[in-house]
Every structure is written in structure tokens, then in C-alpha cells.
Design a protein around this ligand. Structure first.
Ligand code: GH3
Ligand code: MG
Ligand code: MG
Ligand code: MG
Length: 298
């Protein structure tokens, strides 16, 4: 019923890695790392559900690994359990203070380790589910507005410090009220799901975010993407929606369902507030509507 969870085992001792592998391989997907640098790299690459982290490693310590994971947005939330022969109370207190979920000392009892890991992973599954429910729109499964507001502040500041462009587009379904009135609210809901999918296809995960901003209005946020490239992405979105060929006989823009997009590309500065970019995109959208819909204005 559930997808198999992934554990990253970090230990420089071959023996310890193989004992843990034997213990866990039937229940979890395992990834192995032999040193601290490898651990940081594989954690960011695979985003495991749990990291079993040795403390004494040949390069950087497990504590340092944990600190680095906490520094990065991408790996900040990852669950870590130390598993180590550093068994003093001070070490344990320190490890836990770094945000580890557990601190298991060697030599360990196999059944106890297994039970503790199962506990952590059960909690981790609940945490991940709650995070998903709190950040995704239930109908379209793109980010919801709450999550988007967080992302916008973060990316705005990131672009400001890198002196990178930030592009944002607002999309609104054309004559959607008339669509609902004509074809029914259920069909309208289906359309919103399809439009969200078109945006997700056009804005790959690597180049930005898609969110439902409210009702039939969506946003695409593209950090580091130039005006020209983001307009290209939006052109593709408009085309994909039109190619769905969803009949809309009440539309004045076309005889199929269409969307309008207003966008803006800015170079954020740290003194500025991110809300201005929203107002600018919204104004561009309003202008696209006024100019006849089914078009992009930047
Ligand atoms: P325009 O081209 O100017 O955008 O016209 P419009 O009719 O799309 O705009 P308007 O703001 O008048 O209507 C938006 C409609 O979107 C009204 C509302 O019923 C519909 N809507 C909002 N959220 C949902 C939803 O979750 N499901 C469905 N089916 N309809 C929704
Ligand atoms: Mg070691
Ligand atoms: Mg609207
Ligand atoms: Mg509309």
C-alpha cells in the first residue's frame, strides 16, 4: 500500500555497514555511504526518509554532516539517527541537540535498532503526509497559496543575493464562469486539473514552481529564468491548453478553452518586498484580458 521507504546508511566500517544492510534490506531501500562528504552528497541526491549516521568518519564527523544537512533548504527536514560508539552522555546530548531523532550506541542490539528505526520511519511518514496536505492544493495537486507565499519570499531573497532574474507569470482561465454555467462545475473542476498539468509540463521541477493562487488563477514562479525563456515557457502553456481542445462555445476568445497569462521578470533587491512582483504580474494579466484573452503580456 505504501511506497518503500529509503534509508541512507553512513558508516566507514565495512562490518557495520554489512550488519545494518542484512538487518534492513528486506524492509527498506538502502543507500550506502562510507564517509561524510559522500553522505552529504547522497542525502541531497536521494532525499532518504532516514539517515543512519555514524559519528567518527574519516573526513568530516557525523555531527558536521548533520550541521551541513540542516543548512541546506533541500535537506533540512531529513530525519537523522546517529549510530555510534561515542557513547558518553555528553556526546548523546550533543547529537540530539543537533536535531537528530535518535542516538543509538554501539554495540547495538539488532532487534532494538530495528524497532527504533521502524518507529522513526512511521513518524516520518506521518510528517511527510502532513507536509504534503498543508502545501498542496487538493484538487490540482500543485502547490497551494500558503506554500507559494513561502516559496516566493525564499526565492525572491535567493535571486536578490545571487543577482539573478526572477520571472513570475499569473494565469487565469478565460470565461470560466461561462464554462461552468454551460458545462457544469464538475467539468470545470476537470479543466482546472488539466490546466495545472499543462503548467507542470511547461515548467519542469528544475526550472520553477506552479501554484494555484485561488479559484481559477494560477502562478508560475521561475527563479533564474530570463524574460525570453519564461515567455517561451508561457507560450508553450497557452499552446498546450489550446491543444486540449476542450470545447467552450460561450468563449469570445476561441471556440475551445483558453487561458490568459500576465508576467514580469525582475532583478530582486534585498530592500524590496516580493509583493510588488505579484502586483506587476496581476496588472499584466489584467491587460492580457483586456487585449482580448488567450494571450501573454509581459
Ligand atoms: P475572465 O475571462 O475575465 O477571467 O472571466 P471568468 O468568467 O473566467 O472570470 P470570473 O472571475 O468572473 O469567474 C471565475 C469563475 O471561476 C467563477 C467561479 O465559479 C469559478 N471557479 C473558481 N474556483 C473554481 C473551482 O474550484 N471549480 C470550478 N469548477 N469553478 C471555479
Ligand atoms: Mg566510524
Ligand atoms: Mg479570475
Ligand atoms: Mg477567468
Amino acid at each position: 500500500m505504501f511506497e518503500q521507504q529509503t534509508i541512507l546508511i553512513v558508516d566507514d566500517e565495512w562490518m557495520d555497514r554489512s550488519i545494518l544492510t542484512e538487518l534492513l534490506k528486506n524492509d527498506y531501500r538502502l543507500i550506502l555511504a562510507k564517509n561524510g562528504e559522500q553522505a552529504v552528497h547522497k542525502a541531497a541526491k536521494y532525499l532518504p526518509d532516514l539517515i543512519l549516521l555514524d559519528v567518527v568518519l574519516p573526513d568530516i564527523s557525523g555531527y558536521e554532516v548533520q550541521r551541513r544537512l540542516r543548512e541546506q533548504q533541500r535537506t533540512r527536514h531529513l530525519a537523522v539517527a546517529f549510530i555510534t560508539s561515542q557513547d558518553s552522555a555528553d556526546d548523546e546530548a550533543y547529537g540530539i541537540s543537533l536535531g537528530a531523532y535518535d542516538y543509538i550506541t554501539k554495540p547495538f542490539h539488532l532487534a532494538v535498532v530495528k524497532a527504533r528505526i521502524a518507529n522513526i520511519l512511521r513518524l516520518e511518514r506521518q510528517r511527510a503526509l502532513l507536509e504534503k496536505l498543508a502545501s498542496l492544493d487538493g484538487l490540482t495537486e500543485v502547490h497551494n497559496r500558503r506554500k507559494f507565499d513561502e516559496i516566493l519570499i525564499e526565492e525572491f531573497h535567493r535571486c536578490a543575493s545571487w543577482e539573478a532574474p526572477l520571472s513570475m507569470a499569473m494565469l487565469d482561465v478565460d470565461h470560466f464562469k461561462a464554462f461552468n454555467d454551460c458545462y457544469g462545475h464538475g467539468k470545470g473542476d476537470d479543466v482546472l486539473k488539466l490546466v495545472a498539468r499543462c503548467m507542470r509540463v511547461s515548467v519542469p521541477l528544475s526550472s520553477g514552481y506552479v501554484a494555484r493562487y485561488g479559484g481559477e488563477e494560477f502562478v508560475m514562479l521561475m527563479p533564474g529564468v530570463s524574460e525570453q525563456d519564461s515567455m517561451g515557457i508561457c507560450r508553450q502553456t497557452i499552446q498546450l491548453v489550446q491543444d486540449l481542445n476542450v470545447p467552450h462555445e460561450k468563449s469570445t476568445a476561441a471556440d475551445v478553452l483558453t487561458v490568459s497569462i500576465g508576467g514580469v521578470t525582475v532583478f530582486p533587491s534585498l530592500e524590496e518586498s516580493p509583493s510588488r512582483i505579484l502586483r506587476q504580474a496581476d496588472f499584466a494579466l489584467y491587460s492580457a484580458k483586456k487585449a482580448g484573452r488567450n494571450r501573454i503580456l509581459w
